[in-house]
Ligand binder design. Structure first.
Ligand code: TYD
Ligand code: MG
Length: 457
């Protein structure tokens, strides 16, 4: 390996120093120095990704056969990656501790080992016994699955080169360390250097490498997003610890579309794919209860039906509370204000609790109308019609605004047996799958409530 020297670079102004400093002498910022390795290799040896020296090539002559993807048995995972594992890709799988990253990757490792050849599972966090115990719980562990408990990255690289696995899993990147850097494992410089070396190995050997990355308190992956630039694909495994559903999302993918979502359920014997998530999310719904309506949200290209619940109760204190679970609190405040001002609901002395079922988080405004209907339904104690789904953004004047990808949402609602969809009046009917589902239009929240809330007889 080339001889290396380390230096310290200010992340703020780029000033280079030979020793670490608390305060940058150039820009006077504190705590900005990060240790980096300065390669001593001559310019002649330096090539992109450690491959042979590149020469300009015609685009038409570039072969794409390296993109023959390794098919995966887990369709949900495969779709998020863009249709299988690309040989030589570096994938970051991150998520909160305990969410199921090791479990999911152990399942993937076994499946690939059973069908496509050797897989190396490198753990810097757990002992071989612990991993074996998990594998037994998952009912997995074939001949071609190799375990390595090691935190020295250079050792790991040697083992990958020798074993030539189809897939290597590094659990986790924050425990790996290179000797050339003096900083501790998990620091920005270590994480970045380790990932860069793994990237170059993946590209030169064609082995696919999955990295597990922990999410820090602030929600970004340790080493403030540094990893995301180095890797080819970034996957987030998210979900509520107290619910069994887990969503695998891709936020960056050099080999496919982003914004795809795979849905899993954590069970006693590992992660199980949920092929029809909308059905699962609606399974426990009480159609006759007030304060519940169905929204159709998009997760990437995939429509999902979710139940949005609300409960209004008279506040015991002067200042009423607003609590949002799975929804943006600011949207809840906005919708409550619109309902008070434009529809005349007296929410001023009401505590409002809004909740999305299944531990999902809805970020998009398409669920506004369902939230508004749930609040009004709870307030007036009238149930929302059971065969109705609601799609629409609520504006400040109480108007309903159209949202994207309506046909896909309507199709999904029809597939699950809903007979009517309440949409904003601006929607062009010719795009609607109107043979499958009846489209009911409303111009404002007030109009929508008149349609949605069933009058008590
Ligand atoms: P783990 O994969 O270790 O999480 P991570 O690597 O993201 O930190 O999984 C942690 C939790 O999952 C743990 O609390 C136990 C639970 N679990 C199951 O519910 N079923 C299973 O089959 C396994 C292996 C774990
Ligand atoms: Mg783990």
């Amino acid at each position: 390996m080339a001889k290396t020297r380390t230096q310290f670079v200010c992340q703020q102004c780029g000033s280079v120093q030979l020793k670490w400093m608390g305060r940058c002498p150039d820009c006077n910022e504190w705590n900005t120095f990060v240790e980096v390795i300065e390669p001593q290799a001559s310019k002649k040896d330096r090539t992109a990704f450690g491959g042979p020296r590149a020469v300009p090539t015609r685009l038409s002559d570039v072969k794409t056969d390296r993109l023959d993807r390794i098919p995966m048995a887990m369709q949900e995972f495969s779709r998020v990656l863009g249709g299988g594992i690309v040989p030589g890709c570096l994938v970051l799988v991150s998520g909160d501790p305990g969410i199921g990253k090791s479990t999911l990757l152990m399942q993937v490792a076994t499946q690939i080992a059973d069908t496509h050849g050797p897989v190396l599972y490198v753990s810097g966090e757990e002992s071989a016994q612990q991993i074996k115990m998990r594998a037994e719980r998952l009912g997995t562990g074939g001949d071609q699955l190799y375990l390595l408990t090691e935190t020295d990255l250079d050792e790991v690289l040697i083992h990958i080169e020798n074993l030539k696995p189809r897939l290597a899993i590094i659990d986790s990147i924050q425990t790996m360390q290179v000797d050339d850097l003096t900083s501790a494992a998990g620091s920005i410089s270590q994480v970045r250097e380790c990932a860069a070396r793994l990237q170059s190995l993946a590209k030169s050997t064609g082995a696919s490498i999955f990295l597990v990355g922990h999410v820090t308190k602030s929600g970004s992956i340790a080493g403030p997003k540094v990893l995301e630039h180095i890797v080819d694909t970034v996957l987030y495994l998210e979900g509520d610890r107290f619910h069994s559903y887990r969503l695998l999302r891709s936020t960056k993918n050099r080999f496919g579309a982003t914004d795809e979502v795979g849905v899993f359920e954590m069970r006693g014997n590992g992660m199980v794919e949920v092929a029809n998530p909308s059905e699962a999310f609606l399974a426990e719904r009480l159609p006759t209860a007030s304060g519940s309506s169905i929204a159709v949200t998009m997760e990437g290209t995939r429509p999902l039906l979710v139940e949005v619940q609300a409960l209004c109760s008279t506040s015991a204190f002067g200042l009423p509370r607003r609590t949002a679970n799975g929804l943006d609190i600011n949207r809840l405040l906005l919708i409550s204000a619109v309902l008070s001002k434009r529809v005349g609901l007296k929410l001023g002395d009401q505590d409002i609790f809004a909740n999305v079922i299944g531990g999902l988080h809805i970020g998009e405004p398409a669920a506004d109308l369902a939230t508004a209907c749930s609040i009004a339904s709870s307030m007036r104690d009238l149930p929302v019609a059971a065969d109705l789904v609601m799609i629409g953004e609520v504006g400040l004047s109480g108007e309903l605004r159209t949202v994207g990808q309506l046909p896909a949402r309507l199709n999904e609602a029809a597939k699950l047996g809903f007979r009517r969809a309440l949409v904003p009046r601006t929607y062009r009917l010719q795009d609607a799958p109107s043979d499958k589902i009846e489209i009911v239009m409303a111009r404002s929240v007030g109009e929508a409530l008149a349609i949605a809330l069933m009058k008590s007889s």
